[in-house]
Design a protein. Structure first.
Length: 418
């Protein structure tokens, strides 16, 4: 619960963001046509779900916090689709308040289609405020600002005026709030910057994972409406926001029509490919639900199968499951199978042999302990020094361990044989 007092007038709105309509997809040649078409249309279908919910829940208005379109060109198909959906909302008396983000900056495109009168777009040069009214009575004020260009480094939150408590005040902003790691640092702001402005609800966009940064006042990322890559896994959707009896309630609602998922499979104790296939089949059946999925399988653990999991064998396994799933309505399409297994090697036993392999292992152990020191003093690999900073300590350790095991396999003649 959160928010500030207001008159005893109730209203409901939907907060969504990052539709990314019109996104292109690479690796077309690796994907079945049915699956490719489904992925291509998923962002459109997910927004249809939101519009249907808006009508079903009889909301008063919708807030869209940027990146409605995926590219500056704003494909005509995407514009025509959006106009059609906005007209459906208009027919039910539902307003739309939308800003433009880094993917669809307002000054870098020419609109080919006019949206209906229920759509209110915010300018890039200043904060605009619209009043939402029922009859002649103002229930909420909605303020926002769009991106003029893709790369906005200015803290746009500072442009918002401090609000009085006369109405329920909503701010719409496309921004990296709180310095979220891995997120392009556009229009960066702090949580305190937003709190200071005294708004009741900050409708944020840009971050694709639904996240509530604060509850009083609400500072909210709804995330993207539809995952569009393996990095955007899980359920995607929007927030249904109800303001009533001087309080605010929000509820996350699903809109995605396709889910991306990473499935780790521990292969320890699995010593034949037949057993592995049976195990994979069981795990895939477990995750099936009412909508299709794109799945990345990650094989882990120390296993006797390690050397049998060649690129050719993994590709054969991949094709077997793809062929089995393609006719299913709620298919599970295997995007890839990653082999992160390790051989059943007794390192301590190998180290006691006092041979070249034991010395090789000792060198790797020492390099793991002195990895950062080595990089700081050796300028032989400047690109490595630059990119290694992107990895966590756990990832660095895994890289070293995997390379050590590959080296042991090579030295023992168990890999790369001619």
């Amino acid at each position: 619960m959160g928010g500030k007092p207001l008159k005893d007038n109730n209203f409901t709105f939907i907060h969504c963001s990052d539709l990314h309509l019109g996104r292109n997809f690479s690796h077309r040649e690796q994907i079945d046509q049915k699956v490719f078409d489904y992925i291509l249309n998923s962002s459109y279908e997910s927004f249809k779900n939101i519009v249907r919910d808006a009508i079903k829940f009889n909301i008063d208005f919708m807030v869209i916090s940027g990146d409605v379109f995926d590219t500056i060109s704003h494909k005509l198909k995407a514009q025509l689709f959006l106009k059609e959906q906005f007209e459906k909302l208009n027919n039910h008396g539902i307003n739309v308040y939308m800003i433009h983000g880094n993917h669809d900056p307002i000054e870098e495109w020419k609109r080919n289609i006019e949206f209906p009168k229920n759509v209110y777009t915010f300018p890039p040069d200043k904060i605009e405020t619209y009043e939402f009214k029922k009859g002649n009575e103002t229930l909420a004020k909605i303020s926002g600002i769009s991106y003029a260009r893709s790369d906005v480094q200015e803290n746009l939150s500072l442009k918002f005026e401090v609000k009085k408590e006369d109405f329920f005040n909503i701010a719409i902003l496309h921004s990296n709030v709180g310095g979220i790691k891995g997120l392009d640092n556009y229009a960066p702001a702090s949580v305190n910057d937003l709190i200071y402005k005294n708004f009741d609800y900050w409708a944020l966009g840009h971050y694709h994972k639904n996240t509530i940064l604060k509850e009083n006042p609400y500072i909210v990322y709804p995330g993207t409406t539809q995952g569009l890559s393996i990095n955007e896994n899980g359920v995607k959707g929007y927030y249904l926001v109800k303001v009533y009896n001087k309080n605010t309630e929000i509820e996350f609602k699903k809109s995605s029509v396709l889910e991306w998922e990473v499935l780790p499979i521990n292969t320890e104790g699995i010593d034949t490919l037949d057993l592995l296939l049976n195990n994979l089949s069981k795990e895939i059946n477990k995750i099936k639900n009412e909508i299709p999925k794109i799945l990345r399988i990650v094989l882990t653990g120390h296993t006797a199968l390690h050397n049998d999991l060649t690129e050719d064998n993994l590709n054969d396994i991949l094709m077997k499951f793809r062929e089995a799933e393609i006719e299913e309505e709620n298919f599970v399409w295997i995007e890839s199978i990653k082999n992160n297994t390790k051989p059943e090697i007794e390192l301590e036993e190998l180290k006691r042999e006092n041979d070249f392999i034991s010395k090789f292992i000792d060198n790797y152990v020492n390099s793991e302990e002195n990895f950062e020191d080595l990089l700081s003093t050796d300028n032989s690999y400047p690109r490595l020094k630059k990119y290694i900073k992107m990895f966590s300590e756990e990832e660095k350790k895994e890289i070293l361990e995997n390379s050590m095991i590959d080296g042991i396999d090579y030295l023992r003649g168990e890999k790369y044989e001619n």
